[in-house]
Design a protein around this ligand. Structure first.
Ligand code: RP5
Length: 158
């Protein structure tokens, strides 16, 4: 497995399945796990601490509300961690965004946008990182962008 896709609750899966599906499109082997910074702190620390020796190269971590999962994950590894703020019911994800993005200097979390777009972009950014040493993935990224552009240019309105 190259990528760990972590989320704080099963309720985050409806958002994070888009990250998983995007990684699937690129053929990137990944593992999806529910782990919580607050509800399972010891298991989260153990999992992330062992991620490097298990061969993972990137960690995606999604959480909502007081969203500390990505930050806690980043504190236990030097692997790149991309945070996805889940859209919360009460504050529409602004709480998740701020608590994911506002890390103290020294422990970085690359934070994506709220919800589904963030989940997809976390996967695409992960592919871009992996593509630095994998020409096949780099070629797939170019093809993805070209296909996306073609879809826009072929669109007619109304
Ligand atoms: C966070 O609390 C999770 O990431 C989730 O977004 C939010 C709500 O969790 P549940 O109450 O739905 O399990 O830890």
């Amino acid at each position: 497995m190259l990528v760990a896709v972590l989320m704080g609750s099963k309720s985050d899966w409806e958002t994070m399945r888009h990250a998983s599906e995007t990684l699937d499109k690129f053929g990137v082997a990944h593992e999806c796990r529910v782990l919580s910074a607050h509800r399972t702190p010891a298991a989260t620390a153990e999992y992330v601490s062992k991620a490097e020796e298990r061969g993972f190269e990137v960690i995606i971590a999604a959480a909502g509300g007081a969203a500390h999962l990505a930050g806690v994950a980043a504190s236990h590894t030097v692997l790149p961690v991309f945070g996805v703020p889940i859209e919360s019911a009460s504050l529409k994800g602004l709480d998740s965004l701020l608590s994911t993005v506002q890390m103290p200097s020294g422990i970085p979390v690359g934070t994506l946008g709220i919800g589904k777009p963030g989940a997809i972009n976390a996967a695409l950014l992960t592919v871009a990182v992996l593509a630095a040493s994998r020409p096949d993935l780099r070629a797939k990224l170019h093809a993805y962008r070209q296909a996306q552009a073609r879809t826009i240019l072929d669109t007619t309105v109304p």
